[in-house]
Structures are given as structure tokens and as C-alpha cells.
Design a binder for this molecule. Structure first.
Ligand SMILES: [Zn+2]
Length: 187
């Protein structure tokens, strides 16, 4: 297997990690055919042999854009936290594993935004109460709603970021979250 870099999150993909978080994807990566970044979920056109992380010009970010990115970090930490707890609450083993993998991916998205926004620390958010989610079905419904919100967020604000590469990252992440909508939907 050749050395592949995900140019969205900057992670190196190799034979030891190509199948990480596989429960968070519709299709599986194969050693010789890696179709998703196992860390952030970016599709294969962003997985480049000896590639380099997408470069962006932070100077082009105005106050509005920085606010959007700051909120994006929080949104992803919020969803990462949710999946972590949902994973501990879920009864079905497959659902549990999927939530755990989704949690890792959402935290990676938060890391991507943290780097873009040049933030020193990851935000720590107020603990939420999920006690009203009594069943796996309710947890999945809550997850699906969050994913739809994330897709909407990226779609709405990608246009307000006037830095091409960062706007592109928003588009990529909206596609990743769209797949999460399908994964967590129960119809
Ligand atoms: Zn990635």
C-alpha cells in the first residue's frame, strides 16, 4: 500500500489504519482501494499519494468567517460528545460501534476547524442530558437530527467564507455529514 495523505485532515493513511472507524461508512475501505479517509471521512479525490494538506490563507478570513469557524468547532465537539455518550448508552452492539466511530470522526472535524481558526484549545461544552433517549431508536433519531443540522450549517455558511480552500473544506464536510444522515436514518 502506498503512502496516502488525506489533504483535508492531514492524516497519513497506511495498512495499519485504513480500516479505522469503518462502522461510520456505508462502504468499506480496502487495502488497495481506499475510498474514504478513515479519520475525517473525506472522499477519495482528497486522498493523495504523498499529498500535502490543503493550504489556506487565514488572512482572508474576516470577523464573520472566524465566527462561523468558531461555531463549527463547537458544533463538531457537541456532536462528538453526543456520540461518545450515545455509544455508552446504546444497547445494540452495532449501533454502539457506529456511534463510537462517528464520535471519532466528528472530533476530527472539530480538530480541522480548530486548526483553521488557529484556536489554542478545544472548547469544553456543557454536559447535555440524554436521559430522555431511552432506546437505540431514540438515540438514532437524535443523531440523525444533529447530522441534518450539520449538513445545513455547512451548506449555509460555505458561501460566507471568502477563502476558497476553507469554503471547499466546508463542502467536503457537508458531504461526509450527508452520509451520516443516511447511516443514522431508520427508514
Ligand atoms: Zn481526512
Amino acid at each position: 500500500m502506498s503512502r496516502i495523505t488525506c489533504v483535508v485532515c492531514g492524516m497519513q493513511i497506511n495498512e495499519k489504519n485504513y480500516n479505522f472507524n469503518e462502522e461510520a461508512f456505508m462502504k468499506s475501505n480496502d487495502k488497495e482501494n481506499v475510498i474514504y479517509c478513515p479519520f475525517c471521512g473525506a472522499p477519495m479525490e482528497y486522498l493523495i499519494e504523498n499529498g500535502e494538506e490543503i493550504k489556506y490563507d487565514r488572512k482572508k478570513l474576516d470577523e464573520n468567517a472566524l465566527k462561523i469557524i468558531d461555531h463549527a468547532v463547537k458544533l463538531e465537539v457537541f456532536n462528538g460528545d453526543f456520540y461518545k455518550i450515545a455509544s455508552s448508552m446504546a444497547k445494540n452492539e452495532e449501533v454502539k460501534k457506529m456511534f463510537k466511530a462517528l464520535s471519532n470522526i466528528e472530533y476530527m472535524h472539530a480538530k480541522i476547524h480548530k486548526k483553521i481558526g488557529n484556536l489554542k484549545e478545544m472548547p469544553v461544552l456543557r454536559k447535555m442530558d440524554y436521559s430522555k433517549c431511552k432506546s437505540d431508536e431514540e438515540l438514532l433519531a437524535a443523531a440523525c437530527q444533529r447530522e441534518k443540522h450539520a449538513v445545513g450549517y455547512y451548506r449555509k455558511y460555505e458561501k460566507e467564507i471568502h477563502e476558497e480552500s476553507i469554503s471547499k473544506i466546508f463542502t467536503v464536510l457537508s458531504v461526509v455529514e450527508e452520509e451520516h444522515v443516511v447511516l443514522t436514518s431508520q427508514d
